[in-house]
Structure formats: C-alpha cells, structure tokens
Design a protein around this ligand. Sequence first.
Ligand code: S3P
Length: 425
Amino acid sequence: MIQSFNKINQIKGEISFSGDKSISHRALLISSLAEGKSRIKNLSDNDDVKATIKCLQDLGIEIDSNGEEVAVNGRGFKGYQKPPNQLNASNSGTTARLLAGILSAQNFESVISGELSLSSRPMNRIVEPLTLMGGVVKSIHGKLPLHIYPSDKLNSITYEMPIASAQVKSAILLAGLHLDSESRVIESRQTRNHTETFLNLNVIKEEGKIISSVSKKNYPHAKDYFIPGDVSSAMYFIVLTLVAEKSELLIKDVSLNPTRIKGLSLLKKMGGNIQIEFTGESNKELFGNVLVKSSYLSNVKIDPKIIPLIIDEIPILAVSGVFAEGAFEIRDAGELRVKESDRIKSLISNFRLLGLEVEEYTDGFRISGEVKKTVKPFNSYEDHRVAMAFAILSCLLEDGGKVEGFESVSKSNPDFLQQLKSISS
Ligand code: S3P
C-alpha cells in the first residue's frame, strides 16, 4: 500500500502512546511464568506483541482482555503445556529470541517458526549461548525455525556478550531463571535493561562492564503492571515537532527508562528544546511527560557507546540529521544490517531519492547536502521504522511525499496515522 503525506504546517497538542513494545513482551512472558493472575494495563496492541500473546496461548496460558486491562493466568515453574503445533513468532525477533530462552528450560519439545522477514534474521546469537548452557536448540544455517528439545543437563554460565543485544542477554537470563545456580551475563556496552528490572536482578558495574546475575531465586510472582507509553514510537513525533515551525507537543506517560532515552538526550545535544518530567514508576520502570518545541538543530558527533541504546531510533534520528546543520554520521552500528531490513541500505537508498550526498560504510553511513525534490515514493522495505521515518520526512517536504509498503507500521504502532492527524494542521 502506498501512503501519501502532505506537508505539515504546524504540530500542536497532546498525545500518549500505547505500552512500550519491549516492556509489553516482557510483561506477558514474565506473567506467564509466574503462578496465578497478573493484570497488565496499557499493553501494546501491535502485531509483534500479538505474536507473543498467540505463542503463549499455544503454550497453554490463558490470556483475556476486558478492553481496560489484559489478564494473564500464569502456570508457575515449568508449567507451560507442549504446544499442539509450531509456535509462530510472526516477524517479532523479541518473541522468538526471548521465548527460545524460556523453552530451552522446559520439559517438552517445541519449534519456533516465523514469517519471511524474521526467517532471514540471525538466530545463532542465541543458539550459541543456550547450547553453552546445555540447552538443546537446533537451527539450520542459523535461522528460524528453531527446534528446542528438553535437556537434563541445563547448567548456569558466565557469558561475555560478543555483540550488544538485549534480546540475546534476555534469552540467557530467562533460561538461567530456571536454574538453582547463578548465571551471569557480562556486557561491555549497555543495552536496554527491562528484563533485569522485571526480575529484580542484581546488576553491578565492574571495570566498565555491566554484570547481571540470575537464578531461580529471581523467579517471578504474579503482579499488576502498568506499561508506560512507547518512547521509540514517540520519537517520530518528537522529531516532527522539532523540525516543523511554531510547533509544540506534550507527550504524556511515556517510558523514561534511562536505557531508552539516549535518543532524546542526543536530540537535546543537537539543540532540541525538549523538557523531560519524571512523574512516576511502575515496577521500577520510570515514566513521565515530554514537552517538545520547534528548534534549530545542528548535527553532533555520536558517541559509539550509545549506539545499542539508540539502535531502534537511528532511522528517525537520521531524518532529524537531514534537517540539521552539518552532516549526519553514524558509525559502529553494524547491527542495523540485521534488523527488520538492512537499515543501512534501506535508509541510504531512500535518502538518495532526495538527491542527498550519501556515503555507505560497513557499520554506518553519512548524509550531507541539500534536500531536493523527490518524485518517486520512498520504500519502507517492509520495515516499520523505515516506513515511519520517511512518513515524517515526507510531512516536512514542501510537496509532501509517499511511502510504499506503509502497512508495515502495524508491527510497532498501528495508531501512527490517526495520531499524526490528531496533532497536525
Ligand atoms: C529489543 C532489543 C533490540 C531492539 C528490538 C527490541 C528488545 O534488539 O532492536 O527492537 O525488546 O529486547 P537487539 O537487542 O537484538 O539489538
């Protein structure tokens, strides 16, 4: 589907977002493990989170919604039932990888499969550590489907992460949650910490490394959760407000977890008028309000250390860079190549349509020059974040623009178009 966007003159108003995608997955998975009923408010309603719900239902977990909140009837330690069929993670990497960690500690055989885009993404990154733990997880060519068999030799490990990935870290922690002895994951670059927060894990910093420990002692109990709004979804509207003229937007009850707001800090460094107000916390997850006003932006050097913490925001940060003074350059971000699309390729081919000067590196890209008129539609490459980034860019072009394959936005934010309409004139 091709979606057209007209130039937006002004952004004004207030907006809130449905629950953060990463936190929603974890709330569901962890509630399914705890014995008894957990209630979740503001759970995300996107396709990825729906995939987690469906997999858990196939594992015998009752999940009901009354429109207000979602109730998960967890079955307790090793209480999942053998699924009647393959578990379909759809296109959700978080579903496949986190669930693989849990399933490697269960007493039955299971298979995780997925749709086309997820089936081309790397799975060896979880197969290797889970195998080191004594798990029996098999994949052909390191891709889905994953065949997971019961193991009587599951053991704890200390694992130093070779790549910065919260999904890999979480898979190991969720497997380790089923063991009496302590497993430790060591990160040299910090990644989002929702799994650690949910399980109340002991996390220490030692010689610049972050060490998270887990064992059966951390096994969860049923709880009530409020999921703060998705800050990664909010970033598109934040950039739009900053670049549009005479604009102001208040975002309410959005996640302000420190491992998720480095994109906001970067925009502030670029000159963005962004005020952050912390208003509360739910299960140690901070949230609050963000007030954004039109600003003059200049590109700055991006510290490689923060790349894992802004990895999902790079498409929209690159769009902000196009409207900022100077060149936008991102390095040390090779992980972009294994997201829903090869985001380095997807972004640069769209930026080229605008007549920008673009340089491609194995681990990033550089964009400079003036935006020229584009007659061709941008391509989403079936990647929700590419679709939303170029929707925002289109709204900032004199003649507007079009995005092909725009339906992919439902992966993370099915409300995007309606939200855009509600704040723009
Ligand atoms: C996620 C972690 C990130 C991120 C993804 C969600 C998570 O992936 O890109 O959208 O919920 O743990 P990696 O940890 O693999 O980089």
